[in-house]
Design a protein around this ligand. Structure first.
Ligand code: RB5
Length: 150
């Protein structure tokens, strides 16, 4: 499992703590920035992470800003992304089981480190169930096709 990670300046501290944890438990990742605490804009990190996941270079993405909202909205603009903005483990798990989410977004002003770890664990371990859910996921992909045609 290879992860693409990104954050803005607000989410950076939580991202760095999660990176330490990934090192401990042996999960491979690449940090797509932000690399400093200087004020910056979350779409600039959401897009490269989203593209790296959609093109198959990375298995999943994790994005962090202050609330998780701006960075998840940005990621979901990239076709093929199903990004869940999540502050509790139940939705993280169900988003994998039912929605086949490929990116998790969290808010560093919303969740603490221990809760973030529980959310990430569910997101990484949750399996997509397919079946009746595939019809709905296909309908989401269909929306993207319609949008592409303008
Ligand atoms: C930055 O101040 C903040 O707006 C950003 O981190 C995020 O919370 C936006 O959704």
């Amino acid at each position: 499992m290879k992860l693409a990670l990104g954050s803005d300046h607000v989410g950076r501290e939580l991202k760095l703590k999660l990176m330490e944890w990934f090192d401990e438990i042996g999960i491979e990742y690449k940090d797509f920035g932000a690399y400093s605490s200087e004020r910056t804009n979350y779409p600039e990190y959401a897009v490269p992470v989203a593209k790296a996941v959609v093109n198959g270079e990375y298995d999943r993405g994790i994005l962090i800003c202050g609330t998780g909202v701006g960075i998840s909205i940005s990621a979901n603009k990239i076709h093929g992304v199903r990004c869940v903005c999540c502050s509790e483990p139940y939705s993280a798990l169900l988003s994998r089981n039912h929605n086949n989410t490929n990116i998790l977004a969290m808010g560093s002003r919303v969740v603490g480190l221990d809760l973030a770890k529980m959310i990430v664990k569910n997101f990484l371990e949750g399996e997509y169930e397919g079946g009746r859910h595939q019809v709905r996921v296909d309908e989401i992909a269909q929306i993207e096709k319609t949008q592409s045609l303008g």
